[in-house]
Design a protein around this ligand. Structure first.
Ligand code: DX5
Ligand code: ZN
Length: 216
């Protein structure tokens, strides 16, 4: 178990995105999380390649890109060129997950697979040793500021068991409704990386909140 933090800029002030990125650079954050939404895979549209490309020019933390889009395999090279370090594709959006994971790695990125709250952990049995990270959605994807789904703890524990049993090096990341009430419990359940949007950017002191979440 590590204790890593990935602030999700979906909750940042886009009129002051430059300053928000400088704050993250200067904080104890480990990654910057980007929520790319296409209005098809999820019922919301956020931002895409040009934003990531521009942020990458000033970011001093690796970029963790979460694709909530259909047919993600069509855009792998584009996200590599935009600066993605981790590329997260949804299990539910990939017909040929093994091929997509291999292509992400061949392009020189870290491959992550994301599961919606209803998708069984056990479906990862035959891919868990090929991925660098698994992202467990603890809300239904599409919006920031939603309530944490309680059965996520059980899912994380089952994923941790799978990772250990298969001797996989995959990190476990959780995304959605993360706050000071659940951060410590999530690390205890086996999470390595916490994604947090609203909790960080709505805090009076976002940089301090990053430190506080890290200390659980
Ligand atoms: C939800 C996104 C999350 C979101 C988290 O679809 O994947 O990354 O930004 O937001 P909070 O932390 O506000 O729940
Ligand atoms: Zn996300």
């Amino acid at each position: 178990m590590k204790r890593l933090i990935a602030p999700s800029i979906l909750a940042a002030d886009f009129n002051h995105l430059y300053d928000e990125i400088l704050m993250i650079n200067d904080s104890e954050a480990d990654f910057i999380h980007f929520d790319v939404m296409d209005g098809v895979f999820v019922p919301n549209i956020s931002f895409g390649l040009p934003v990531i490309e521009h942020v990458n020019k000033i970011a001093r933390k690796p970029l963790d890109v979460h694709l909530m889009i259909v047919e993600p395999h069509k855009y792998l090279k584009d996200f590599k060129e935009a600066g993605a370090y981790y590329l997260n594709v949804h299990y539910e959006a990939c017909n040929h997950l093994n091929r997509t994971v291999n292509e992400i790695k061949e392009l020189g990125m870290k491959a992550a697979v994301t599961l919606n709250p209803h998708t069984q952990i056990e479906l990862l049995e035959d891919i868990i040793t090929d991925v660098d990270m698994v992202l467990i959605m603890s809300v239904n994807p599409g919006f920031g500021g939603q309530e944490f789904i309680e059965n996520s703890y059980d899912r994380i524990k089952r994923l941790k068991e799978l990772v250990v049993r298969k001797n996989s090096k995959a990190l476990i990341e959780v995304d959605g409704g993360v706050d000071m009430d659940n951060a410590g419990k999530l690390y205890e359940a086996g999470v390595d990386v916490l994604v947090a949007g609203t909790t960080i950017f709505d805090a009076p002191d976002p940089k301090q909140m990053i430190t506080d979440l890290k200390n659980g």
